[in-house]
Structures are given as structure tokens and as C-alpha cells.
Design a protein around this ligand. Structure first.
Ligand code: FAD
Length: 466
């Protein structure tokens, strides 16, 4: 065995989970190394997931905004763009994010080791570098933050040039006129917005009976309506019989007997935790059928000195939560216990066009639990700021207890929803009487702003009480 480099903690993976852990640990004075199999830091979040999809979506929504605004365009000046063109915007953002994140590691003197890690025993990992050379490193503790990847069913040939997943779609070079998106979860719906916004004929195959069933029904219905209105063909309750790549595209046979052909397919149905290459047997750990690891409230796996965070532990599988989980793990390692927990109501931000964001309970959940709630609504079309910005599609809905007036859920549909939601979230997080819908009528907001939606919705809801 060659001489080992030893660290207090080795973090495997440099996505938000790994970064949060590494920064917390170095700031606590520990000697930390991060092993990353790619040539630069940032994780799937920066390179294939959150950042590129949001940058693409931003570019598309600006194009739509321009084309819909009579001040900017006439028939002759309408903007047209393609997926490959707007990818350059995403690449710019990825580069900026990567440099920024590399700076965090440099400033905090955290060692970065490039290569693929796997355990050889409880305290040692082997790292295979891109040139094939191998090094070994040991540590007292480990944090597994290896993320997840798109699920690939065995009967779909992902090596075919017209069959993409949410990672490989970023290398799409031809500009499809027609795309099939298989899987109508968050990723499928976001990419449906992007492609349709570019004028690509888009078929969205949903294996469930409604879009994003975890959302409040009205919000999910609104998304279906807007997709329908913009020409996305949604096929609910369908599963594929076969997906066949051909020279000029892809043919999908559905179990219901339907047949579809398009220039390419984006398969976006499920993700798998990246645990298969870690040689977990060497440390006595076992992942479940989705490649995920179980952890306790300190993010400790069943092997006490090995922790896990981010997508590799499953729900909520969000970059936002992964950063926090990483920081909490650093507390658990450096102080013996995580000082904080993930909040109960993690907001959902869905960057479809229009955007969606929610926090707390849905109407269905409250009705099932027999909670006597009331609804306050504000339509964006009546807000001065929305009219000025030409963003009159959308609404904000506040669900509150009709006796205590406690805010129970907030659901927002329309431009900037994922920002607007945080105003309500901050009040919902307050304890006791500080969390009531009355806050929004007893305070003074800037005017005109989208935040005014809270005041309007609160007045609307309180007026329903008798
Ligand atoms: P990752 O970011 O995936 O990082 C894991 C890292 O580990 C990778 O760099 C990988 O190369 C490395 N690694 C893996 N195995 C090894 C190994 N054996 N050795 C060394 N290194 C290894 N979340 C949001 O909050 N908001 C969004 O809007 C959002 N949009 C998304 C859009 C898409 C298309 C996708 C796919 C995801 C999106 N997510 C979003 C989810 C978010 O990207 C993930 O939850 C987040 O990246 C998880 O962070 P992580 O640190 O667990 O893993």
C-alpha cells in the first residue's frame, strides 16, 4: 500500500451538499479534502442541473417577453432563437459559478482532489484520476455527497443520438422542430416550457393522471391550462411500451396503443443516487433500490463515521436543501451534534413558464385533515406592478386557519413566484401569534410591488370571515 495522505474529513462530491459540508468543516478548523470526479467543482447542480436549466429558462422567458411586448417588436423584429444558441448563455453562467465556487475552496484552504473515489476500507478511499493513475487517501470521517443522476431503464438506448436525458440534453446540437418529453415531473415540465417557448412542438408524456400532483390542485390545473394554451400536448396516465431511436428521430409506442414520432426525446422520469461506484460493501453500507442511503438527524449513516447529504439521501433532493444539509453535517462532525434542522416547510420553486412556488399545506391536504381554513386570493392582473411589468398572468393564494388566522399554506403562480413566496414564508416561520395573515394588512409595503399581492390576498381572505 503506498503512503496515505490523511485528513480529518474527506468529502466525496463538490455539489451543494459537499460544498456546504466542506466550508463548514474548514471554518471549524478541520483539515478537509473534497474529492470530485469531474474536472471542476460545482456538482450536478452547477454543470447539468439547476444552473443550466434556470439559465436556459431565463433566456427563453426574455425572448417570450420581448415578442409579446408591442413596444419592442413589430412583426419584422420578432426574436427567434434555438436551444443551441441559448445554451451559450447557460455556459457563461456555469463558468462564473464554477470560478466563484472554486474561490471558496481556495480561500478556505480546502484540498480538492480530482478523481473518482471508492472505499477500500472503513477509513480509506482509492481515487482513480482521469489519466488512470490511482492514489489512496485516509480520513477519520467521511461525507458522501455524490448526488444523483438520471434514471436509465434498461430497455431505452441512451447511446442513440436522438435519445437524451436531462444531463445529455445540454449537448443537444441539432435544433429539433418536435420533441417528446417523457416524464412530467419538475424537470420534464421545466424543459417543456423551455422547448415550447422556443417554438418547438412539444409532447409531454405524464405517467401520472395530473401534472405535478404534489402541488395544490388549482396550481397544477393552472399549469396544465397554460401548457395547453401554449400548444404543449400533455398525455396523462401513459407509459411507454417501447422507445425506438431511428435515423431521423425517435418513435414512442405507448402501452395505451398510441404511437408518436418526434425529432428527439428527453427522458426525464426518475433519478438514481450515485452510490454504485463507491464500493460501499468495503465499509458495510448498503444503498436502497434507488441508490439512496439512510441517515439519522445528524446525517450519519449506519456506519457512525460516515455521513451523507444531498440527493444521495433522497427527499427533498433540492440544491437549496443540500447546502443546508452539508452545513448541518459540518456542525454534527465538529460539535458532536447538528445545531440546526431542515425547516419543516421547504418551499417548492418550479421554473416553468409561468413560474410556480408553494410553501406549506395544499387545499387538498387541509380538507383531508378537516382543518377549518379560509382562502385569500390576489390576481396579478389587478396589481399595478404586474400591469407595469406586463406580467398579469398569475395569482397568489394564502390558506389560513379561520379561527386562529395562522397561515397554513401559500401558493403562487406567475412571474417571480419563487421570489415572492419568501415574503410569506418568513411570516409562516414565525412562532405563535406572529404567524397570522393579519400581518399583511397591518404592515406597509412598498408600492407598486408584487409584494402587494399579500396585502390584497389577506384583505380578500379576512373579508370572507363572519
Ligand atoms: P450534485 O450537485 O449532483 O453533486 C454531486 C457531485 O459528486 C458531482 O459533482 C459528481 O461528479 C460527484 N461525484 C459523484 N460520484 C463521485 C465519486 N465516486 N467520486 C468523486 N466525485 C463523485 N434544485 C433546486 O433547489 N432548484 C432547482 O431549480 C433545481 N433544478 C434542477 C434542474 C435539473 C434539470 C436537475 C437535474 C436538478 C435540479 N435541482 C434543483 C436539483 C439539484 O440540482 C440537486 O438537488 C443538487 O444538485 C444536489 O446536490 P448534491 O450536492 O447532492 O449533488
Amino acid at each position: 500500500m503506498p503512503q496515505l495522505n490523511h485528513f480529518d474529513v474527506i468529502v466525496i462530491g463538490s455539489g451543494p451538499g459537499g460544498e456546504g459540508a466542506a466550508m463548514g468543516l474548514t471554518k471549524a478548523g478541520l483539515d478537509v479534502a473534497v474529492i470530485e470526479k469531474e474536472s471542476s467543482v460545482g456538482g450536478g447542480c452547477t454543470h447539468w442541473g439547476t444552473i443550466p436549466s434556470k439559465a436556459l429558462r431565463h433566456a427563453v422567458s426574455r425572448i417570450i417577453e420581448f415578442n409579446n411586448n408591442p413596444i419592442f417588436h413589430t412583426e419584422n423584429t420578432e426574436l427567434h432563437s434555438t436551444f443551441s444558441t441559448i445554451l451559450s448563455h447557460a455556459k457563461n453562467v456555469i463558468d462564473k459559478q464554477t470560478k466563484l465556487r472554486q474561490g471558496f475552496y481556495d480561500r478556505n484552504q480546502c484540498t480538492i482532489i480530482n478523481g473518482t473515489a471508492s472505499f477500500t476500507d472503513e477509513h480509506t478511499v482509492q481515487v482513480i484520476h482521469s489519466d488512470g493513475s490511482i492514489d489512496y487517501y485516509s480520513a477519520n470521517k467521511f461525507v458522501i455527497a455524490t448526488g444523483s443522476r438520471p434514471y436509465h431503464p434498461n430497455d431505452v438506448d441512451f447511446s442513440h443520438e436522438r435519445i437524451y436525458d436531462s444531463d445529455s440534453i445540454l449537448s443537444l446540437e441539432h435544433d429539433p422542430r418536435h420533441i417528446i418529453i417523457y416524464g412530467a415531473g419538475v424537470i420534464g415540465c421545466e424543459y417543456a416550457s423551455i422547448f415550447r417557448g422556443l417554438g418547438v412542438k412539444t409532447d409531454l408524456i405524464n405517467t401520472r393522471d395530473r401534472l405535478l400532483a404534489f402541488l395544490d390542485n388549482e396550481i397544477s390545473d393552472s399549469l396544465s391550462y397554460h401548457f395547453w394554451n401554449n400548444g404543449v400536448i400533455i398525455r396523462n396516465d401513459e407509459t411507454y411500451q417501447s422507445i425506438e431511436g431511428v435515423d431521423d428521430g425517435v418513435i414512442v409506442n405507448l402501452k395505451s396503443g398510441k404511437k408518436m414520432k418526434a425529432d428527439c426525446i428527453l427522458y426525464a422520469n426518475g433519478r438514481t443516487g450515485n452510490t454504485d461506484t463507491l464500493n460501499l460493501e468495503a465499509v458495510g453500507l448498503e444503498a436502497d433500490s434507488r441508490g439512496q442511503l439512510k441517515v439519522n438527524s445528524n446525517y450519519q449513516t449506519t456506519v457512525a463515521h460516515i455521513y451523507a447529504v444531498g440527493d444521495v439521501i433522497g427527499y427533498p433532493s433540492l440544491a437549496s436543501a443540500a447546502y443546508d444539509q452539508g452545513r448541518f453535517t459540518a456542525q454534527a462532525i465538529s460539535q458532536g451534534q447538528a445545531a440546526n434542522r431542515l425547516i419543516e416547510h421547504i418551499p417548492t420553486g418550479i421554473y416553468t413558464i409561468p413560474e410556480i412556488s408553494s410553501v406549506g399545506k395544499t387545499e387538498q391536504e387541509l380538507t383531508a385533515a378537516k382543518v377549518p381554513y379560509e382562502v385569500g386570493r390576489s390576481a396579478f392582473q389587478h396589481l399595478a406592478r404586474a400591469q407595469i411589468a406586463g406580467k398579469d398572468v398569475g395569482s397568489l393564494k394564502i390558506l389560513f386557519h379561520r379561527e386562529t388566522k395562522e397561515i397554513l399554506g401559500i401558493h403562487c403562480f406567475g412571474g417571480r413566484s419563487s421570489e415572492i413566496i419568501h415574503i410569506g414564508q418568513a411570516i409562516m416561520e414565525q412562532k405563535g401569534e406572529a404567524n397570522t395573515i393579519e400581518y399583511f394588512v397591518n404592515t406597509t409595503f412598498n408600492y407598486p410591488t408584487m409584494a402587494e399581492a399579500y396585502r390584497v390576498a389577506a384583505l380578500n381572505g379576512l373579508n370572507r370571515l363572519f
